[in-house]
Design a protein around this ligand. Structure first.
Ligand SMILES: Nc1ncnc2c1ncn2[C@@H]1O[C@H](COP(=O)(O)OP(=O)(O)OP(=O)(O)O)[C@@H](O)[C@H]1O
Ligand SMILES: O=P(O)(O)OC[C@H]1O[C@H](OP(=O)(O)OP(=O)(O)O)[C@H](O)[C@@H]1O
Length: 216
C-alpha cells in the first residue's frame, strides 16, 4: 500500500482567471507540487502526484458553491464572492492576496435623483449596502463592463471592484463611497471540516505559513 492511501483525500476548488496565478504561486510556496502551466491546460480536475490532494478549477463565483455542496472540501475564493453568494461554508483564513476594494462609483458631480439606479455584478452586496445607508435604490444586475452603466445612462452609480482604478479613470468615473476591502480567502465545507479535520488542518497550516511572506 502506498503511503498516501492512508491519508484523507482532499479536493481543493481553485478559481480560474485573475487570482489563479497568484493562488498557484501561493500553493507552490506552501510546498504543494503544483505546476504553473495549469492555466494553459483545459483539464478541470488535477490530481497532485504523491499526495492525497486534487484540485478542481472552477469559475471564481462558483468556488463557494462547490464547497458548500461538499464536492470540494476546501476552496480559494474572493471575499466578494462570499459576501455576494452567502454560501454556508467556514471561512478559515485570509490569504492576503487578491487585494482590491468594493466601491460605489459614479460620474463626478453626480446628484441624487428621485428614483436612483445602481448597476452591479454584485446585486446582493449593493442592495445590502444601500439598505444599511437608509437609501432606497433600484439595483440592476449586470455581468461585466459595469462602468458603462453611468456613462450611457442606465444607472447613476455602480457598485464594483476597484483595484488599480484604471477602469474608472479611463471611463471618466470616480470613487464615491468605500464599501469594504476584498482579499482572497480559504474556505472549508462544514462536514469536511469535522470529518477530515486532519487533512483540512494540514492544508490550512501550510497556507498559514505562507501568509506572513505575502503581507503588504
Ligand atoms: N481588479 C479586480 N477586478 C475583479 N476581481 C478582482 C480584481 N482584483 C482581484 N480580484 C479578485 O478576483 C476575482 C475575480 O476574478 P475574475 O475577474 O477572473 O473572475 P470573474 O469576474 O468571474 O471573471 P469573468 O466574469 O471575467 O470570467 C474576484 O472574486 C476578486 O476577489
Ligand atoms: O481598478 P482596475 O484595476 O481597473 O480593476 C477593476 C475592474 O476589473 C474588474 O473587471 P474585469 O476585468 O473582471 O472585467 P468585467 O468588466 O468583465 O467584470 C472590475 O469589475 C472592474 O471593472
Amino acid at each position: 500500500m502506498k503511503q498516501t492511501d492512508n491519508l484523507q483525500k482532499l479536493t481543493i476548488a481553485m478559481p480560474k482567471g485573475r487570482i489563479f496565478e497568484e493562488a498557484v504561486g501561493f500553493l507552490q510556496e506552501a510546498g504543494l507540487q503544483i505546476t504553473s502551466d495549469l492555466a494553459e491546460s483545459r483539464k478541470l480536475i488535477i490530481p497532485v502526484p504523491e499526495t492525497n490532494l486534487q484540485f478542481i478549477l472552477a469559475k471564481p463565483t462558483d468556488v463557494a458553491t462547490y464547497v458548500e455542496y461538499g464536492v470540494a472540501d476546501v476552496g480559494v475564493v474572493g471575499k466578494d464572492v462570499l459576501l455576494e453568494e452567502e454560501r454556508d461554508v467556514y471561512e478559515l483564513l485570509d490569504l492576503q492576496i487578491g487585494y482590491c476594494r468594493m466601491m460605489v462609483a459614479g460620474l463626478p458631480g453626480w446628484k441624487p435623483t428621485e428614483s436612483p439606479r445602481v448597476a452591479s455584478k454584485y446585486p446582493k452586496i449593493a442592495s445590502r449596502y444601500f439598505r444599511e445607508q437608509g437609501q432606497q435604490v433600484e439595483v440592476i444586475k449586470l455581468n461585466g463592463s459595469v462602468e458603462l452603466a453611468p456613462i450611457i445612462g442606465l444607472a447613476d452609480r455602480i457598485v464594483d471592484i476597484v483595484s488599480t482604478g484604471q477602469t474608472l479613470r479611463e471611463n471618466g468615473l470616480i470613487e464615491l463611497e468605500h464599501i469594504c476591502e476584498i482579499t482572497t480567502r480559504l474556505i472549508a465545507n462544514r462536514a469536511s471540516y469535522r470529518m477530515k479535520s486532519e487533512a483540512v488542518d494540514d492544508i490550512a497550516q501550510k497556507f498559514l505559513q505562507v501568509i506572513p511572506r505575502n503581507q503588504k
